[in-house]
Ligand binder design. Structure first.
Ligand SMILES: [Zn+2]
Length: 148
């Protein structure tokens, strides 16, 4: 999983945390000040080993982007996914998984082409989108997904 480095607004300590912890109200390791995560929010990069647990334990709706680093549409979608992570911080978890190295998850969820976006709620698949969508369409989809 990718790691975030977040400077404490109070004591300036640089706190390191796994990306999934950004959603759990992290506090500074030194002075316990709550860390302002929204500006740092980033997609949670998962591996096969991490995916099942993060999906199961997610206490927010979760959108998982199955991508491959050498797929053109995936590269086009990547900055959109980054922006969605900031825009929906605190309302949805935005995650991604590289299918070129995480074959188990891709097989488990029947991924036939990338990018594929799968939406999970309470650990269950509720929707999926194959191929890229324009950013405003994804925003609308996430908003309706969160309201379900
Ligand atoms: Zn601090």
């Amino acid at each position: 999983m990718n790691t975030l480095i977040v400077a404490c607004p109070s004591c300036k300590t640089k706190n390191k945390m796994p990306a999934s912890k950004q959603y759990r109200g992290p506090r500074c390791g030194k002075c316990q000040t709550p860390l302002p995560m929204a500006g740092y929010a980033t997609p949670v990069e998962l591996t096969d080993q991490e995916a099942a647990q993060v999906i199961r334990e997610a206490d927010l709706p979760l959108m998982l982007d199955f991508y491959s680093p050498n797929c053109g549409p995936c590269r086009t979608l990547a900055p959109v996914i980054d922006r969605l992570a900031r825009q929906f911080f605190g309302r949805a978890i935005i995650a991604k998984i590289d299918t070129s190295i995480n074959h188990f998850s891709a097989g488990h969820y029947g991924i036939r082409g990338v990018p594929t976006l799968i939406f999970f709620k309470n650990g269950q698949v509720v929707d999926q989108v194959v191929g890229g969508l324009p950013e405003d369409a994804l925003v609308a989809k996430l908003n309706s997904f969160i309201r379900i």
